[in-house]
Design a protein around this ligand. Structure first.
Ligand SMILES: Nc1ncnc2c1ncn2[C@@H]1O[C@H](COP(=O)(O)OP(=O)(O)OP(=O)(O)O)[C@@H](O)[C@H]1O
Ligand SMILES: [Mg+2]
Length: 325
């Protein structure tokens, strides 16, 4: 069952096509992460789904509602942390929760929400004096006031130190366990890899890859590699007796064998054994979501223009869904 359905969504600001015909769905109970460089169109897409911006074209359904036409109904059922969340300097988290509840006209148990976001220790400190992590947790607390089914968290951990970031991850993981659906944007790829069931990588208003992090790594990565130290004769032996791609770094006597599946791995180990030659320091290496992101989104070349190191998925085929389900 999906909580969000977006089809061929478009939004331009003047001549800038910020969102350029994207389609995706978010399933009930999942964490769906939108990734992409600055200006890719993530916040624009999120704000259209929240009913805060009008779309130009396409279909958007959130919890079965048209966000633009039925914003009032929708806002009762979603929680939102806008990018760069701030609150009144002289309000404490607890006061903020009570104030928000009155805006929504709902009854809340502030202590329970403070527990949920692990903020009890700072509940009576003015917003201006909270640490970055505590401020973000206050944002999370406010997004929970109306007991929403679906949360939109736009960069909830930007600027936080590693401990504070992990504390917010824990809160997000708890929300997922409690059955809420979450749309999350982040520039921290390890965050998406850790939290997201599925991600969409956006660039220039288009989705260039979707799927679970392991599916994306599998699909766009160059496979897992077995790395070991050994001699050139071992490389030649593997080359003669298999089709496994193998490279050799003369200087460090480092051998890398690319494996795509379990059979490749078994073949590699069998050859190492059969060769009877010396080798040591065996480890395995696999690309991270961040490595793939850099590959897909490209790097800035010296002329300042963007150079993709690999063909974009939507250039290769129409159906961009990687997911098997
Ligand atoms: N109200 C607006 N008027 C004009 N241009 C806008 C407006 N809002 C966004 N843009 C432009 O649209 C593009 C997409 O912006 P958006 O905020 O959606 O990107 P983003 O992916 O969220 O980026 P970031 O990672 O920096 O938050 C950018 O080029 C931005 O400058
Ligand atoms: Mg943004």
């Amino acid at each position: 069952m999906s909580v969000i359905d977006v089809h061929d969504l478009k939004k331009a600001y003047g001549s800038l096509q910020a969102v350029d015909g994207i389609s995706f769905e978010v399933k009930s109970g999942e964490i769906f992460s939108m990734l992409g460089p600055n200006g890719a169109g993530k916040t624009t897409t999120i704000e259209i789904m929240e009913g805060l911006r009008a779309k130009d074209a396409g279909e958007v359904s959130v919890l079965g509602l048209d966000p633009w036409k039925h914003g009032y109904e929708l806002h009762k059922r979603i929680g939102v942390i806008p990018q760069g969340f701030r609150f009144f300097d002289k309000a404490t988290p607890k006061e903020a929760i009570i104030y928000y509840a009155s805006l929504f006209g709902v009854k809340v148990a502030p202590e329970q929400i403070l527990d949920q976001v692990i903020l009890q220790d700072a509940k009576n400190i003015y917003f201006e004096n909270l640490s970055g992590g505590q401020k973000q947790k206050t944002g999370l607390a406010l997004s929970l006031v109306n007991n929403p089914e679906l949360l939109f968290l736009d960069e909830p951990t930007t600027g936080l130190d590693p401990q504070a970031r992990r504390a917010v991850w824990q809160v997000i993981e708890n929300l997922k366990k409690a059955g809420r659906s979450i749309v999350l944007t982040t520039h921290y790829l390890e965050e998406a890899e850790r939290l997201a069931d599925r991600v969409a990588i956006m660039d220039h208003g288009r989705i260039i890859a979707t799927g679970s992090p392991p599916e994306i790594v599998q699909r766009f990565g160059s496979g897992e590699r077995i790395r070991l130290t050994g001699g050139k004769e071992l490389v030649d032996y593997i080359g003669r007796n298999s089709n496994l791609p193998v490279t050799f770094d003369d200087k460090f006597r480092q051998i890398e064998i690319t494996i795509h599946d379990k059979n490749d791995a078994l073949t590699a180990f069998r050859l190492l054994e059969q060769s009877g030659m010396d080798w040591s320091d065996l480890s395995t290496k696999r690309e991270s979501l961040e490595d793939i992101f850099i590959k897909l989104v490209g790097t800035i070349d010296e002329g300042g223009s963007k150079a993709n190191t690999m063909r974009r998925e939507d250039d290769q085929q129409k159906d961009i869904q990687v997911s098997a389900n």
